[in-house]
Ligand binder design. Structure first.
Ligand code: UD1
Length: 438
């Protein structure tokens, strides 16, 4: 297991390039199941989650290779398998995105129920309701969802749940509906840029989709889709994280090949903390000095501040000059970072689906444990600003969704090293003090 050793207190300065979007790449890779011919995907980030999905697609008879230019080449070699095993689905929930394409193209999908994860219970009821509405027979047996249909039929479907639209649910149902007979209308659809990107990829393959980016998406089914080449959008969560890294260190950071238009609420929230923001066509610069001003953040579905940046904002605001309220209306329990940020000297108190952050003058380096992908990023940001040394353990969470984050931060001047975490391999009897509490 690797860890990061960070020596805090260095202002980040310079330019860095955004990678492709993880959350766009995953459902797009899954949607490659809908077509027989080869697909080429450009700007697919090199991440653990992408590799996990490539393994799963391999089990499903789809070959995924990275060519010498870094593009992913995806081709079906055996169109008969329909089962996605628990071992891979439990590693990554987005694996569930293969269900819709499997039923639509192969007439049957058997996909393990993903189960809970560190940020909440995360049901898939809306995915299943959507596929049922398209005419699939759906049942659950021995922890697996079995969905089957000779041919899906268009339907009028509402995918809005109690916490808003579902992103991967919209991906699953929209992908499946491209091959259904007739017209499908998805109401309460997710409007996230990653869903628009998936829709554009499906359109590039010949799908007929209207209303992308709005809450009502209309799909007219076609008999088959064609192979294509497609370039994935930049990762707005990575861009936001890098900008927040610039801000928390009082630095000046430009992220290139970004799409500032996807980050309006994030940039507004950063500006509210006193940072200067400069947007160009495809790059964005943050310039910060001194402690941030307090501001309230409410994570919401797009176009709000994404829940995937809530923890990183919390790290920034832990150093503010006053009190901020942070709430998450998408994942009410997503506050695993609070206890670890407090170990670095932050003063954060959680109450239900929100947390009060009372700014402190400085954070002090310590050894902390990553609990999930975005909480890990928050700990790295805090470590960059903290006095002396911070060790962030269990960064395999971080590697799921950030392509070599430490290299990008180091390009900006951060003192950050990836190391093998020796303590992770010590037998328990060699551990003393707080390390025993795991
Ligand atoms: C996706 C993103 C994740 C992001 C999240 C919210 C991917 C691969 N992952 O996750 O990074 O944090 O969107 O922007 O794109 N819900 C239901 N029933 C369902 C499905 C969801 O009640 O069937 C609830 C969830 O518990 C949650 C809310 O709806 O409270 C939104 O979840 P959803 O948009 O589905 O998240 P994911 O697609 O899993």
């Amino acid at each position: 297991m690797d860890c990061f050793r960070i020596t805090g207190g260095v202002r980040l300065l310079g330019r860095v390039r955004a990678s492709g979007s993880k959350n766009a790449a995953l459902p797009i890779m899954a949607a490659a199941l809908l077509v027989d011919g080869p697909i080429t995907l450009k700007r697919v980030p090199d991440l653990a989650d992408v590799n996990t999905l490539a393994l799963l697609l391999g089990q499903l008879g789809v070959e995924v290779k990275r060519d010498s230019d870094g593009n992913l080449r995806i081709a079906t070699v055996d169109p008969t398998p329909t089962k996605a095993d628990y071992d891979l689905v439990r590693r990554m929930r987005a694996s569930f995105c293969v269900l819709g394409p499997l039923v639509a193209k192969r007439g049957r999908g058997v996909v393990s129920l993903p189960g809970g994860c560190n940020i909440g219970t995360r049901p898939v009821d809306l995915h299943l309701a959507g596929l049922s509405a398209l005419g699939a027979e759906v049942r659950i047996e021995h922890g697996y969802v079995i969905a089957a249909a000779k041919r899906l039929r268009g339907a009028d479907i509402n995918l809005r749940g109690p916490f808003g639209p579902t992103v991967t649910g919209t991906a699953n149902v929209m992908s499946a509906a491209t091959l259904a007979v007739g017209r499908t209308v998805i109401r309460g659809a997710a409007t996230e840029p990653e869903i628009v990107d998936l829709g554009n990829f499906l359109i590039a393959m010949g799908a007929q989709i209207f209303g992308l980016g709005t809450e009502t998406i209309e799909i007219i089914g076609v008999d088959e889709l064609q192979p294509t080449q497609y370039r994935i959008i930049p990762d707005r969560i990575e861009v936001g994280t890098l900008l927040l890294a610039g801000a928390i260190t009082g630095g000046c950071v430009t992220v290139e090949e970004a799409r500032p238009g996807h980050l309006a609420a994030v940039l507004a929230a950063l500006a509210a903390t006193g940072a200067d923001i400069d947007c160009r066509a495809d790059n964005v610069t943050v310039r910060a000095a001194g402690r941030p001003r307090p501001t309230n953040i409410r994570a919401r579905p797009y176009p709000g501040v994404p829940t995937d940046l809530q923890a990183q904002f919390m790290a920034l605001l832990s150093l503010s000059t006053g009190e901020s309220l942070i709430s998450d209306s998408v994942f009410a329990d997503r506050f695993m970072q609070v206890a670890e940020l407090n170990r670095l000297g932050a003063r954060i108190k959680r109450s239900g689906s929100s947390a009060t952050v009372r700014g402190v003058r400085e954070l002090s380096g310590a050894s902390v444990m990553a609990s999930d992908l975005r909480a890990s990023a928050a700990l790295v940001l805090a470590g960059l600003a903290a006095e002396r040394e911070t060790i962030v353990r269990r960064i395999y969470h971080l590697d799921r969704g950030y392509q070599r984050l430490e290299q990008k931060l180091a390009e900006l001047g951060a003192r950050i090293l990836r190391e093998r975490d020796q303590e992770a391999f010590l037998p328990a009897r060699h551990l003393v003090g707080p390390q025993l509490v795991r």
